[in-house]
Design a protein around this ligand. Structure first.
Ligand SMILES: *Cc1c(COP(=O)(O)O)cnc(C)c1O
Length: 381
């Protein structure tokens, strides 16, 4: 079946007990056991809950994974995956990864004796050069945030395989509708399900999927033992979000393409970063490994004064942290996602005072462009 159909017919979409058209919110912490002789399907809800099981099966199905796991946030999913590694392990990570992941690695896992080297992941040679005898994993994100740089997923998976390392990718920006890294050889896929998977700016959630059963057992030990599980109400919201993922993604992507094309012709905009534009340096690679450029783009204005004017005059988008929602979300990396990064590092990575990120929602693109064109008329080129 095609992705759109599978998003609705996961095999567990109907409540087995009643035939209800959606999986109920099983708001229970424990389950009655008829006898102590047989092990029940569910005993305690940290270990398993029917609503969580439904969303875990759905995301595994959509990513093409052996198993899926739902966590209390994207960071809970990512840090639970890092708990697979022992003291003395080393991870090679892309330098453009999500700020919270950077913080977890450099300020929390460093204390547990897990080392990390950051490299430009768009260059496979740099990844390979950073591999040491104690390296256990390669961790990447593509397209990256906020400049939408592209990493060669197949290349990274092959490199990891050659050196007997786990390959891990944060697939938040694409969602499985547009990019399925397990099909390209990745062992573990993580998501902030707060973004496109949930899709409505109303739930904090995370998921991880794994390519093989053994890794699934290892991660289940951590999910159950560490306990950062997703509650049943949030599992329900995520299940509901997944049903419309393909249509939301398609509409948002069409809007992003129209907005990116508009911005790239505007005299007040010096650069647009979007893998759907012909001038994007990673476009050919992205087109080989993904089914579309997605709904997030960045663009550069002259400086902070212009950003202030644009933000003051735009009416439609939320001006906020986050992305991947039904409404468009405009964010300012220098003051939001990358505020904790030292200024000279930001400058080296081209995250300037004029850079804005836009996650395009489901609004009619004509209205977004009208809103942008009005606000840009207050900005100097
Ligand atoms: C938001 C985000 C995260 C963190 O997820 P939370 O749900 O906020 O914990 C991780 N990776 C990426 C790419 C994100 O955008």
């Amino acid at each position: 079946m095609k992705f759109e159909t599978r998003a609705l017919h996961t095999g567990i979409e109907i409540d087995e007990a009643t035939g209800a058209s959606s999986v109920p919110i099983y708001q229970a912490s424990t389950f009655h056991q008829a006898s102590f002789d047989e092990s029940p399907q569910f005993d305690y809800a940290r270990s398993g809950n029917p609503t969580r099981q439904a969303v875990e099966r759905a995301i595994a199905e959509l990513e093409g994974a052996a198993r899926g796991f739902a966590f209390a946030s994207g960071m809970a999913a990512i840090t639970s995956v890092f708990l697979l590694f022992e003291t003395g392990s080393h991870i090679v990570a892309g330098e453009d990864i999500y700020g919270g992941t950077f913080r977890a690695l450099t300020r929390i896992f460093s204390r547990l004796g897990i080392e990390v080297s950051f490299v430009d992941a768009t260059d496979l040679a740099q990844i390979e050069a950073a591999i040491r005898p104690n390296t256990k994993a390669i961790y990447v994100e593509t397209p990256s945030n906020p400049k939408l740089a592209i990493t060669d997923l197949k290349g990274v998976a092959q490199l990891a395989h050659q050196h007997h390392l786990l390959s891990i990718v944060d697939n938040t920006f694409m969602s499985p509708y547009l990019q399925r890294p397990h099909e390209l050889g990745f062992d573990i896929v993580v998501h902030s399900a707060t973004k496109f998977l949930g899709g409505h700016s109303d739930v904090i959630a995370g998921v991880a999927t794994v390519r093989d059963e053994q890794l699934g057992n290892d991660l289940y030990l951590i999910q159950n033992g560490f306990g950062a599980v997703l509650g049943p109400q949030d599992c329900f919201l995520l299940l509901r979000g997944l049903k419309t993922l393909p249509v939301r993604m398609r509409q948002s992507q069409a809007g992003a393409m129209a907005v990116a094309e508009y911005l790239s012709t505007h005299s007040a905009v010096s650069r647009v970063y979007y893998p759907g534009l012909a001038e994007h340096p990673g476009k050919a690679l992205h087109d080989r490994q993904a089914h579309g450029p997605g709904a997030v783009l960045s663009f550069e204005l002259k400086g902070q004064d212009e950003v202030r004017r644009l933000v003051e005059h735009m009416k439609l988008p939320l001006f906020a942290v986050s992305l991947g929602a039904v409404e468009s979300i405009l964010s300012y990396p220098v003051k939001m996602s990358h505020a904790s990064m030292p200024a000279e590092q930001r400058a080296r990575r081209g995250i300037t005072d004029g850079l804005l990120r836009l996650s395009v929602g489901l609004e009619d693109p004509d209205d977004l462009i009208l809103d942008l064109s009005h606000a840009l008329s207050f900005c100097r080129g």
